[in-house]
Design a protein around this ligand. Structure first.
Ligand code: AMP
Ligand code: MG
Length: 390
């Protein structure tokens, strides 16, 4: 498994850039660093409603100031108070010329047309944010690769980024193979089952911000598999094939991938479920995961390896303490579907979701991912385990 991690760390999905409107940028990943287009704040900004005055007049002993003007937010910079006076200012206004502090309304006492200031509340520079004190023009504000949340969108708006360069979503395609599988819309015959792996994969990808991923069903027929996969190689950077990678005489996927010019990097991992996992690269360097079709194996391999790859820069893995012991396998890693809950003290507790093996997709509902139980006897109650959410 560590070997597979090493192999995967050498693989890269191509990064393509597109420009989106700022209003469509939420949740996207920034493709280029963004700098301050001017000083922030762009002028010496008043931070409190109050009175702006000159520090030198204060230090010369004046305590009572006539109010000789008003400067609201949104108005051009006020030319400054007359000698012996102050300017009433509003939060967000530029500091009047010559003023270097603001006394809050709460700390000033009206006296006719003047205000008397509370001496304990006067310090030079107070209640002003100097031009450029948050960032100088040209300072990098958001680095490439940052996922854009509300705060980042606010920063982008503040620097006038009407169009935002973001990483294009990866071109991912999902394929389910198997003659026994029918679409959800069709009534299955007695020997058939409804396809569910494709829905698991596409909805898990959508939940991770990958958008609507197309999926295809191909039969257990080498020629049709070859034609179908060849077509998808023309569209995909990342191909997820489910089913047909094990040892039966109808498991054609690895052979067909080879015929199509793929390079096998791994076929078989010491884990349960998901042992027959096949990983390789396609003719144009595409990344191919051929997942064993059992639904629990699909989910485990997806959470552990596919999301591991897609979230290389913002890993989803967590650590959780076991609520009850979980047995291990002598020479294989086990993946155990589990629910997580907060323990109320900053930690996370995991509870196994009991099921009937790797074909039992029912026990995945309600779980959020898999605990990784290293080879060996297992883990006792309270021990920490790695948890891979899907
Ligand atoms: P395979 O890896 O193709 O041998 O499939 C292993 C098991 O998973 C078989 O019992 C399949 O019927 C089942 N299976 C394969 N694909 C799906 C799917 N898309 N949805 C549900 N079960 C599947
Ligand atoms: Mg099959």
């Amino acid at each position: 498994m560590d070997e597979l991690d090493r192999i995967l760390s050498d693989l890269d999905l191509p990064v393509r850039v597109r420009q989106v409107e700022l209003d469509a940028a939420l949740g996207e990943i920034l493709a280029e660093a963004v700098e301050a287009d001017r000083d922030i704040p762009p002028f010496d900004r008043v931070c409190m409603d109050g009175y702006a005055l000159r520090w030198d007049e204060w230090t010369a002993g004046r305590r009572e100031f006539t109010v000789s003007g008003f400067s609201p937010a949104g108005a051009e910079r006020h030319p400054g108070p007359l000698p012996g006076s102050c300017v009433e200012v509003m939060t967000g206004a530029p500091s009047p010329v010559g003023c270097d502090l603001v006394v809050r309304v709460e700390d000033a006492h009206p006296r006719g047309k003047a205000v008397l200031l509370d001496p304990s509340k006067v310090v030079r520079g107070q209640n002003l944010a100097w031009r450029g004190s948050d960032a100088r023009a040209g300072k990098p504000l958001l680095e490439e690769g940052r996922r854009l949340g509300p705060a980042e969108i606010g920063v982008l708006a503040s620097v006038g980024a009407r169009l935002v360069p973001v990483r294009s979503r990866h071109q991912i395609r999902v394929v389910c193979t198997g003659d026994e599988l029918v679409d959800v819309a069709k009534a299955p015959l007695a020997h058939q089952i409804r396809r569910s792996n494709d829905r698991f994969l596409t909805s898990a990808l959508a939940a991770r911000g990958q958008g609507a991923i197309p999926s295809t069903h191909l039969p257990d027929d080498p020629e049709l598999l070859e034609a179908g996969l060849a077509d998808l190689f023309g569209q995909a950077d990342l191909l997820l094939v489910a089913g047909g990678v094990s040892a039966s005489q109808r498991d054609f996927v690895p052979g067909v991938l080879e015929v199509l010019g793929c390079r096998c990097l791994v076929h078989g991992v010491a884990q349960k479920p998901g042992k027959p996992l096949w990983v390789g690269t396609g003719p144009r360097g595409q990344i191919v995961f051929a997942l064993p079709g059992n639904p629990v194996a699909v989910a485990a391999c997806f959470a552990r390896y596919v999301l591991g790859l897609l979230h290389r820069h913002d890993p989803l893995i967590r650590s959780a303490r076991l609520e009850a012991p979980i047995t291990g396998l002598a020479s294989m890693t086990r993946f155990v579907a589990a629910h997580l809950r907060d323990d109320g003290a900053g930690g996370v507790v995991a509870r196994e979701s009991p099921g009937n093996g790797s074909g039992d997709f029912l026990h995945l509902a309600g779980a959020e991912g898999f605990l990784e139980i290293p080879p060996g006897e297992g883990l006792v109650t309270g021990s920490a385990a790695r948890f891979w959410p899907w």
